[in-house]
Design a protein around this ligand. Structure first.
Ligand code: KG4
Ligand code: ZN
Length: 339
């Protein structure tokens, strides 16, 4: 089969991104325009501002992605675009852009599930990785433990009942005065702190052993902060950050380990923004080594939102025969497996 050159577009949250990926694995360019500075003063992503910024940036980002790949639209075989889940106004910018290019340049269109993209980020730097494998997707909006049975075939073993792991990082960071975005700031602060300093809870969720819950942990941090303020005790930001991060890590590792034991999988991957966390990566790596399981993790830049991962996922959808029409719409609450 001849090469499949994909131009991928991602705009589901606060990154405007475009990339060129060949045959799902060969990343020729990966351009990301982050809106972090724009949202920082509000302490989180403001959806309307995100949409407007996407409109402003998207053409520029696509032009750059093609230039970096030394290609023009004439070289592109497929347009891949995230159509859900995410912020509706943000998604719509990418979807409308992808449809316009597909129509004008007569290039087939493939709508991609954002989480499928995060999982597929692992294919880019690991040419040997093929399903079946287990994948823990930990991002700002999602915490899913997934069995990837085949390309495009996912079984969700567990998910969060309340906050996503990244959301917990963001909320705790705000509470201890570190600001947005929480994940990287907590990781940095934690380097000076003691992970054993405060014993925050490791939540168990009823009978669904693979489900997660992070709102209890978040409340425990808030209660601890309130308690300190009432007693007039100074809070050590670094200790809170390190102890919170340890509690999240322990829960993520325990769930992953249980799934590895139960399903006897030989490969385990992590994905999503939180998977860029060094402490979590290290703990997962050690756990996998104990079980003689091959561990995969994308480079940090491919963990947080990017379009290369969308290009990787679009390739496997495309060769499986999936095509989207010009009626493709943004689906903010798209479920994995419905894509
Ligand atoms: O995957 P992502 O870029 O966007 C979503 O699809 O949600 O993930 C963003 C999330 C944010 O909650 C951010 O705080 C978290 O990933 N994150 C981190 C780190 N870097 C980003 N969490 C922990 N440690 C990090 N180093
Ligand atoms: Zn994401």
């Amino acid at each position: 089969m001849s090469d499949v050159r994909i131009l991928a577009i991602e705009s589901s949250c606060d990154e405007t991104a475009a990339a060129v990926v060949v045959n799902g694995r060969d990343m020729r360019s990966n351009v990301i325009s982050s809106q972090i500075d724009l949202h920082t003063i509000y302490g989180g992503v403001v959806p309307e501002l995100a949409s407007r910024k996407h409109i402003e940036k998207i053409n520029q980002v696509i032009t750059q992605a093609l230039q970096d790949a030394e290609m023009t639209l004439a070289d592109i075989d497929v347009i891949g675009v995230t159509y859900g889940p995410g912020l509706v106004g943000a998604l719509l910018v990418g979807v409308a852009e992808a449809k316009a290019i597909s129509y004008a340049a007569k290039i087939p269109l493939v709508g991609v599930h954002h989480i499928e993209g995060h999982i597929s980020a692992n294919y880019i730097e690991n040419r040997d990785l093929e399903p079946p494998f287990l994948c823990l997707v930990v991002s700002g909006g999602h915490t899913h433990l997934v069995k990837v049975s085949d390309y495009g075939k996912y079984e969700i073993l567990g998910r969060t009942r309340d906050d996503a792991a990244g959301e917990a990082f963001d909320k705790v960071a705000r509470a201890i005065g570190l600001g947005y975005p929480g994940g990287p700031k907590i990781e940095k602060a934690s380097r000076e702190g003691d992970p054993q300093a405060i014993d925050f809870p490791r939540a168990k969720v009823g009978d669904d052993v693979y489900d997660f819950s992070f709102s209890g942990l978040k409340s425990a941090v808030l209660n601890y902060l309130n308690g300190c303020s009432m007693k007039g005790i100074a809070v050590c930001q670094a200790d809170v950050a390190a102890s919170f991060q340890k509690a999240v890590t322990d829960v993520l590792v325990a769930h992953a380990e249980r799934a590895i034991e139960e399903f006897g999988m030989e490969r385990f991957a992590i994905a999503g923004g939180v998977a860029s966390n060094g402490v979590i990566r290290q703990a997962m790596q050690e756990m996998c080594a104990r079980h003689d399981v091959q561990f995969y993790r994308p480079s940090p830049i491919l963990c947080t939102d990017n379009a290369a991962m969308i290009g990787a996922a679009a390739y496997y959808d495309f060769i499986a025969g999936k095509r989207s029409g010009l009626d493709l719409n943004a689906v903010p609450a798209l479920k994995l497996g419905e894509a």
